[in-house]
Each structure stands twice: as structure tokens, then as C-alpha cells.
Design a protein around this ligand. Structure first.
Ligand SMILES: Nc1nc2c(ncn2[C@@H]2O[C@H](COP(=O)(O)OP(=O)(O)OP(=O)(O)O)[C@@H](O)[C@H]2O)c(=O)[nH]1
Length: 370
């Protein structure tokens, strides 16, 4: 681990082959269909991209970092594989222990754009080569996984140490505790375990005079939807546009609900796609399907990653022009929200490049040392 961290820090500003090799070894970039035509593609190009740049002051703002931490065998890698690689839960039985930090970029939607860092079981905060300050500084959320089927006293001690260290460096981190593997517990046992862990973790913080640190708790298992729900909540907290999007949807629904429509669903297109298969989905995508029960299903593209599906009564569908007009306004507003983000990201990247140029000579030696 120390070797990984030592190499990945751009201490001498060398962006050369050595780092690129390290990146390949470390980072299993998942292909979520975010190809070169991605709206983010132009932003994600550039020599410094893809390098584990802990010291990049803007990187956390561009792609929030989510850390997965916890004791060995608590289930960290399984969570990542099941949620982001569609691995079946049973296959996780054969996962090997992680022995270095693995970073993965998740760029599979216009909202969800973050990095996950899966840590090896035990991290030694006293190891001088492990620069936890740099890691925590750029972190948006720290997920601490506790195996609920095991004796969790050691995990609680570790949670306390991790949280207090992280908080000292960065008070803005969201601390998320996954009480994991609850599929092995009865319903009563689940509630009791959550209560006990909640109580002990908060008591430890209070004893240390740190009651202001807020921990969120989730009961999770890779064997049901609970892990998806929990991860979704963690990610949602990191989406700055979320309240605006919710407002837009509410406005859209209040306008359009003058029609006796049954339902509106905003779909993530990727959840419609089987792994590896190409998606026949673009700007022109639209579908009108007459369902048996006098209802029409109407699908339209919103963004590369989102489709709006309306279930409308057949008689209301005669006023399709009006539905289309409302949809057009909704779509335009959504695009405007993300244009703002693109502009911010672009200007930060430009600023970042400028700073790097100022800070180092072409061969990477910091100017201050010359
Ligand atoms: N019953 C149950 N088992 C799980 C669950 N999640 C993970 N496991 C099992 O827990 C074991 C350890 O999982 P890993 O994902 O390798 O754990 P890890 O925390 O990444 O371990 P290290 O890499 O050693 O730090 C595997 O056998 C998984 O199948 C769960 O929700 N329920």
C-alpha cells in the first residue's frame, strides 16, 4: 500500500510513464458506456487525467471521492462489485482479499460522477508512508463497512479511529456506516444490532467530545436491494443539483398532472441495458406503446442517461402536442442545469492546469526549488 501511495503522489510533478503504469495496475476502470462521445469526455482528457492525484485541490469538486473502509472480509469489495459491476452475490465468495487501494471512476450518468476507493482491510494510520491527510482532504463520503455477523467490537474501535482522524482533516466528509451482511440476521436481531452499534459508536464520539460528528447508519446486504438503496442515498448526498432536479420534476408533474395521467417515471437508461450490449438509444429515441388497459406508455429521451416514461390515459393522449411542449420545457431545464456544471468544471480544470504550469518547470522540478 505504501508503495502505491508513494508512487501515485505527484511529488516531483512527473506525469511520465511510471505513473501511467501504476495507474493501469491500480485502477480497474469500469466501462459504463461513457465513450468518447460522452458529454464529459472533453473534460476528462488531458495528460494529468486518470492519475491518482491526491493533492489536486479541485479534483474532489469535480468528482467526489467515496472511500470504502472497514475491517478485512467485512464485504467492501463485494459491495463495489455487486453495485457497479453487476456481479452476482454468490460470485463474491471467490473474491480475493484486496491488498492495495483500488480506485474506480463511476461516470455512468450526468448526475452520478464520482470515484470509489476500495481500501485494504486494515489501514495503519501510523504508517508514515500512508498519507491519510491527503486522502481525506479530497473525500466526499466515507463508507465504513461493519460485518454484522461477526463480533463488531474491533470494527467499532476502528470506526472511531477512522472517523476521528478523517474529521480532523476534513469536517465536510459524510460518514456513512453500513451495518452489512444483515441477510444472516432475524428482523429483531437486525433492529437490535443497529441500535447497539448506533449507541456504542455515538457514545465513543461523545466520550471524545466529538458529538458534533454525524454518523448515518444503514442495514445492508448484497443479497437484496438494501445495498443499492444505501449506496444510492450516499451518492445522492453528493449531487449538488439534486434539489434543483427535484424541483424541476415537481413543476413538470404539477403542470402535466392536469392530464389524467397515471404515472411519470424518470428512468436511468443504463438500468435498461444488459452488460456489454450496445444501447440503441439517442436523442431521437421515443416510443409509444398502447397498453391493454386503455393506457398509453410514452417514452422520450431526456439526456444520454435519462428517459422520461409517461403512462397516459388514451383519451388524454389525443393532446399529445401539449405533453410534448411540457416535456420540451422540462428537457431544456435539465440540460441547463448540467450546462452550469460543465462550465464550472471546465473553468476549474483550466485553472488547475494553469496552477500546475506555474508550479513546475517542464521537467517537473518545482520552481521554488530553482
Ligand atoms: N452473507 C453475506 N456475505 C457477504 C455479504 N457481502 C460480502 N459477503 C462475503 O464476505 C466475504 C468477504 O467479502 P470481501 O468483499 O472480499 O471483503 P473485503 O472487505 O473487501 O475484504 P478485504 O479485501 O480483505 O479487505 C466474501 O465471502 C463475501 O461473499 C453480504 O451482504 N452477506
Amino acid at each position: 500500500m505504501s508503495q502505491v501511495l508513494g508512487k501515485s503522489q505527484p511529488q516531483n510533478g512527473d506525469d511520465g510513464d511510471e505513473e501511467e503504469e501504476e495507474e493501469e495496475e491500480l485502477v480497474g476502470l469500469a466501462d459504463y458506456g461513457d465513450g468518447p462521445d460522452s458529454s464529459d469526455a472533453d473534460l476528462d482528457s488531458g495528460a494529468e487525467e486518470g492519475v491518482l492525484d491526491f493533492s489536486d485541490p479541485f479534483s474532489s469538486e469535480v468528482k467526489p471521492r467515496i472511500l470504502l473502509m472497514g475491517l478485512r472480509r467485512s464485504g467492501k469489495s463485494s459491495i463495489q462489485k455487486v453495485v457497479f459491476h453487476k456481479m452476482s452475490p454468490n460470485e463474491t465468495l471467490f473474491l480475493e482479499s484486496t491488498n492495495k487501494i483500488c480506485r474506480e471512476d463511476v461516470s455512468n450518468s450526468s448526475f452520478v460522477n464520482f470515484q470509489i476507493w476500495d481500501f485494504p482491510g486494515q489501514i495503519d494510520f501510523f504508517d508514515p508512508t500512508f498519507d491519510y491527510e491527503m486522502i481525506f482532504r479530497g473525500t466526499g463520503a466515507l463508507i465504513f463497512v461493519i460485518d454484522s455477523q461477526d463480533d463488531y467490537m474491533e470494527a467499532l474501535a476502528r470506526l472511531h479511529l477512522t472517523v476521528t482522524r478523517a474529521y480532523k482533516v476534513n469536517t465536510d466528509i459524510n460518514f456513512e456506516v453500513f451495518i452489512h451482511k444483515v441477510d444472516g440476521l432475524s428482523d429483531d436481531h437486525k433492529i437490535e444490532t443497529q441500535r447497539d452499534i448506533h449507541q456504542r459508536a455515538n457514545d465513543d464520539l461523545a466520550d471524545a467530545g466529538l458529538e458534533k460528528i454525524h454518523l448515518s447508519f444503514y442495514l445492508t446486504s448484497i443479497y437484496d436491494h438494501s445495498i443499492f438503496e444505501a449506496f444510492s442515498k450516499v451518492v445522492q448526498k453528493l449531487i449538488p443539483q439534486l434539489p434543483t432536479l427535484e424541483n424541476l420534476l415537481n413543476i413538470f408533474i404539477s403542470v402535466i398532472s392536469s392530464f389524467p395521467a397515471v404515472k411519470y417515471v424518470l428512468f436511468s437508461v443504463l438500468s435498461l441495458k444488459e452488460d456489454g450490449a450496445g444501447t440503441p438509444y439517442d436523442k431521437e429515441s421515443t416510443a409509444i406503446i398502447k397498453l391493454n388497459n386503455t393506457t398509453v406508455l410514452y417514452l422520450k429521451e431526456v439526456t444520454k442517461f435519462l428517459a422520461l416514461v409517461c403512462f397516459v390515459r388514451e383519451e388524454s393522449f389525443e393532446r399529445k402536442g401539449l405533453i410534448d411542449y411540457n416535456f420540451h420545457c422540462f428537457r431544456k431545464a435539465i440540460h441547463e442545469v448540467f450546462e452550469v456544471r460543465m462550465k464550472v468544471v471546465k473553468s476549474r480544470k483550466a485553472q488547475n492546469r494553469l496552477q500546475k504550469k506555474k508550479g513546475a518547470t517542464p521537467n517537473g522540478t518545482p520552481r521554488v526549488l530553482l
